[in-house]
Design a protein around this ligand. Sequence first.
Ligand code: GLV
Ligand code: MN
Ligand code: MN
Length: 419
Amino acid sequence: MLSDSVVEGPLPNSREVAEFRRLWDEIAPIGRDPGTGGYLRYGYTEPVRRLEEWFAATATGDGAHTVEPDGNGNLIAWYGPRPGPAERAGDAVLLGSHLDSVPYGGGYDGPLGVVSALLAVRALRRAGRTFRRPVGVVAFAEEEGSRFGVPCLGSRLLTGALDPQQAAALTDRAGMTLAEALGGTPAGARPDLLARIGVFVELHVEQGRALVDLGAPVGVASGIWPHGRWRLDFTGEANHAGTTRMADRRDPILTYAFTVLAANKEARQRGAHATIGRVEVEPNATNAVPARVRGWLDARAADVETLDALVEAVRAKAAERAARDGTTVAVTRESLTPSVTFDGGLIAAARRLHADGVPVLPTAAGHDAGILAAHLPTAMLFVRNPTGVSHSPAESATDEDCAAGVRHLAALLDDLAGR
Ligand code: GLV
Ligand code: MN
Ligand code: MN
């Protein structure tokens, strides 16, 4: 544990706050929509490439000896000892998060974890610490799944949770495949790389108000609710809005609308979450009954049985309504993330670093840490978000709290890898 000014107590000093702001300002304009202030940082697009260039340059400037692409779009900057002989495999400490955003998202979801990891490494190096284990900072690709539909795309590929051929054929909204965006089929599972990593810690802006209510700048995650995405394809018959009698219509938007309400009700009844936040209508004409509606259901629950029951209930209600509307509905699962419990030893290590105690919180948000948790000890730190809002430009965190997060991460890194 550090005994000097780098990590003495939980509160950052003004130099650390200013340093956070300086680094944050370097990336703040990248991919920001001037109208809304929201971010358009989709995986494998120009804004993310610029962020990755910045990431590589910053890490190299701070002493990274290698910046390693994994062939899936993920990028790892390595510091400290180089990967050792086979008997030392699995000893690296990996920190980081993702650089992409949801459409018109906030700036903190993802980049805060990358920036804080870079700053944590910098703080230890400045304090004269060296690393006894390899230390990596990772920028994961397409965590939000906003472009190709599968969340945590980069970490799923790296860990082998997603077949690279299947991933290569995923298309974005303009019809471009992942293979085209990446310039080839992704490398897929990298057991060699995964075997070098001993633990992973992801710092993230909190996506709720628990830390505000607790009056704590930083928290530790206990686990992640199981969650997934389902595509709902409603098909009816396109027809004239003026001349088609109401009784003669086969209108899929009615089935869709009923399904949206049913999903909300079924989720509420189970203490679960269901959202249909994306919809496409064809032909999307004011004066035509639509031919097709495609919606995406995002469903999350405290346990997998509740999640299964929720999705099944939505499916049954939609099918029942389709029979009444003369339409059809097909439900296709596009991704599923099982329940995650983070590593008890790492949670305890993160909590004991501060005498005041650090709250432990569950979350219903997905994270790359949740994918890596199936393979290695993993933990997450959360930084207080005054609005509690996320996936929106209203997402925020104060510079002081972000710097407190850096301080906490630096202390944990020092505990795990410092010398
Ligand atoms: C990621 O932010 C997710 O939970 O959708
Ligand atoms: Mn997110
Ligand atoms: Mn995130």
